[in-house]
Ligand binder design. Structure first.
Ligand SMILES: Cc1ncc(C[n+]2csc(CCOP(=O)(O)OP(=O)(O)O)c2C)c(N)n1
Length: 658
């Protein structure tokens, strides 16, 4: 191998050597501990050290780096004390995830490292968001993110590169092409010759670098990183390298031909570099020994600290307390002065006031800029707040949700508008796996609101009519808000934006232009998780949310002999259990009305709650009015039959008379 040592100072040449030796020696020790059952799993980066070390070396300490499972060199180069890494891998309380996630699945703001989630791809979009936050604050910083070549087959890779390119974000996309994704060789993963060839398709500069040659990695990347800070743009790097051990230790390498393994062993990044350094009289065998001894001593001492740390224990209260970032809403009460406006205007007004209040708030979504969004909620916002903060996005929900996560990591707030709530399925993965879990996993909040124009009754068919709140209420870590009235919509949206936790904010499209109400003119908030007691009654409790609240009120107008206790939930997660229980204790009968289909929905869970908590108080069966278990049909007659509204009056009468 040819190392152009003349490109480095002698000090740098040795620094790079020691920087690669450290992860190699740590790994060697970890493999022993794994065999002894003292750590649970290991993903080897042996043979790939030059990449993690080289990339981290060219970044400044305050620039974010997003590594993968084989990038131990990133962690050692950011100078994390080893005992903290060891405690993380042993699931100890002082580990970065307090025993809640394994191996390299963690981030740390202290060291500006943002770790992966198992799903591989989402972190590429997160890097976009981090870079966007720097760009909006006019900081000349770059962000580096890693993926394997297998991960480049995920849609997230393509979405993230496309967004970075369209928005000229200074992201260094580092693809480690190490020959196999688990057992799948590159020729079964992609058809182009080089992954770098894909750069052109995204209008992006791309380079191929020998990932086993530390001098090439370091010097070329140094040049590229410097130029990216000056001339902000994304760059794709394909590092050619090889994975010399199993995907993880238990899975072996049987599927790798012997000659291929031998070839890459002969290209070992440390052995070859060491030989070149010795030949160039920059390193002596004695020094080499001294470096190893010093690192091994450090490993031993830090392992000792980690092993001595007590085994983890926690209480149910402590675990539950970390699901959300704690937050107390400053009261911003209703004003005396109100205007009578539509539901849609209340949302628009709320967003506008939040944009004024928080200059770090960014709105992203398809067609939200000059066009104003398909429901015209952000019309005129570009003129008021500028195109940087009101951003049209390409059609790539996953990358945009991930980018919103990145904005939050880098100190900003984001509102993402789903054009229709139905399309959230394309951004589902980062919502339920990244945003929802990140605070519990490593104490990082996701200050993101996803606005969800939802619901049926508008003749829009199966893909523009769903009310899919139950996809999210199931997932710990998310908050789910679903207002029914303009004032609530305004105040709850503002509170959702203030809340540093991820919120799915459902806005029923059928209410947008049909429901009006008196709405405070000033900035106003309401705490999440509080139901609204709409009607006092003693015969039955009717619990509902969203558009179905209006069906209930209409039915009760028609059935004026019924005295119902009516609760509008307003927030589904966290759920106001107390208000529900109190109402049922008073009436002894419960009807839950939702627009969603029944099985696995919010109503089923409320029913389970009441069976459990109020069994002795019940004077009749808990009843649910919901939609037919079919997709939402298009033709009006079918849609009317689908929705529970047509069955509501009878259900109320039946339960009252039970
Ligand atoms: C969405 C998803 N699909 C599948 C997996 C299982 N899996 C984990 S790593 C991996 C191979 C990744 O290959 P590559 O991106 O080339 O990285 P490498 O492990 O080779 O460094 C697979 C299939 C996963 N974690 N997430």
């Amino acid at each position: 191998m040819n190392f152009q040592l003349d490109l480095l100072s002698p000090e740098k040449a040795i620094e790079l050597y020691k920087a690669m030796l450290k992860p190699r020696l740590i790994e060697t020790k970890m493999l022993t501990l794994l065999r002894q059952g003292k750590i649970s799993k290991w993903f080897s980066g042996i043979g790939q050290e030059a990449i993690a070390v080289g990339v981290t070396q060219v970044l400044n300490q305050d620039e974010y780096i997003l590594p993968m499972h084989r990038n131990l060199g990133v962690f050692t180069e950011r100078k994390i004390p080893l005992y903290r890494l060891f405690e993380q891998w042993q699931g100890k309380a002082n580990g970065f995830t307090k025993g809640r996630d394994r191996s390299f699945h963690f981030g740390t703001q202290e060291f500006k490292i943002i770790g992966m989630i198992s799903h591989l791809g989402p972190q590429l979009g997160v890097a976009d968001g981090i870079a966007l936050a720097h760009k909006l604050r006019e900081k000349n910083k770059i962000t580096a993110v890693f993926t394997g070549e297998g991960g480049t087959s995920e849609g997230d890779f393509h979405e993230a590169l496309n967004v970075a390119s369209v928005w000229s974000l200074p992201v260094l996309f580092c693809v480690e092409n190490n020959g196999y994704g688990l057992s799948t060789p590159t020729e079964e993963q992609f058809k182009c010759e080089h992954i770098a060839d894909r750069g052109q398709a995204y209008g992006m500069e791309a380079h191929i670098i020998d990932g086993n040659n530390i001098v090439e990695v370091y010097t070329k990347l140094n040049e590229i990183a410097t130029s990216m800070r000056e001339n902000q743009r994304p760059v794709l790097i394909e590092f050619k390298t090889f994975r010399r051990r199993g995907h993880e230790e238990a899975s072996g390498t049987k599927y790798v031909p012997d000659d291929l393994m031998a070839y890459w062993k002969s290209k070992d990044p440390i052995d070859n570099y060491e030989e070149a350094l010795i030949k160039a009289n920059l390193l002596t065998p004695k020094q080499k020994q001294e470096f190893s001894t010093k690192i091994i001593k450090e490993i031993t001492e830090h392992l000792d600290i980690a092993f001595k740390a007590p085994a983890i224990s926690s209480s149910v209260e402590d675990e539950l307390a970390d699901v959300y970032k704690s937050f107390s809403l400053e009261p911003s009460p209703k004003s005396e002065v109100t205007t009578h406006i539509r539901f849609v205007d209340a949302i628009r007004n709320s967003l506008q006031q939040s944009m004024q209040k928080f200059d770090n708030l960014v709105i992203m979504g398809q067609d939200v800029a000059e066009y104003g969004g398909v429901f015209k909620i952000t019309e005129g916002f570009v003129e008021q707040f500028g195109k940087e903060r009101v951003r049209n996005t390409p059609i790539c929900e996953s990358a945009i949700v991930s980018a919103a996560m990145g904005l939050s990591i880098n100190g900003m707030k984001a509102v993402v508008e789903m054009q229709f709530a139905d399309f959230v399925s394309s951004g589902f993965n980062p919502i339920v796996n990244y945003l929802a879990k990140v605070h519990y996993r490593w104490n990082q909040h996701a200050d993101v609101v996803v606005r969800m124009p939802c619901g049926a009754g508008v003749g829009a068919g199966p893909f523009h009519s769903q009310t899919n709140e139950a996809w999210f209420t199931k997932t710990p870590g998310l908050k789910v808000v679903y207002p029914a009235f303009p004032e609530d919509a305004k105040a709850l949206l503002a509170a959702s934006i203030e809340d540093p936790n991820p919120v799915l904010f459902f806005e029923h499209k059928a209410l947008y232009r049909s429901v009006r109400g008196d709405v405070s003119e000033n900035y106003t908030t309401l705490p999440l998780g509080k139901a609204n007691h709409l009607k006092e009654g003693h015969q039955i409790s009717i619990i509902s949310f969203g558009a179905a609240v209006h069906w209930v009120l209409e039915s009760l107008e028609e059935l004026d002999h019924v005295e119902a206790d009516v609760l509008d939930l307003r927030t589904l997660a966290p759920l106001d259990e107390e208000a529900i229980i109190n109402s049922v204790k008073k009436t002894g009968k419960l009807l839950i009305v939702q627009e969603d289909t029944s099985f696995g929905g919010v109503a089923s869970d409320i029913s389970a709650l009441i069976s459990d908590q109020c069994f002795e108080y019940l004077d009749g069966p808990i009843k649910i009015v919901s939609s037919l278990p079919t997709p939402v049909p298009f033709a009006q007659a079918l849609e009317t039959q689908f929705l529970g509204k047509s069955r509501l009056n009878k259900s109320i009468e039946d339960l009252v008379n039970y």
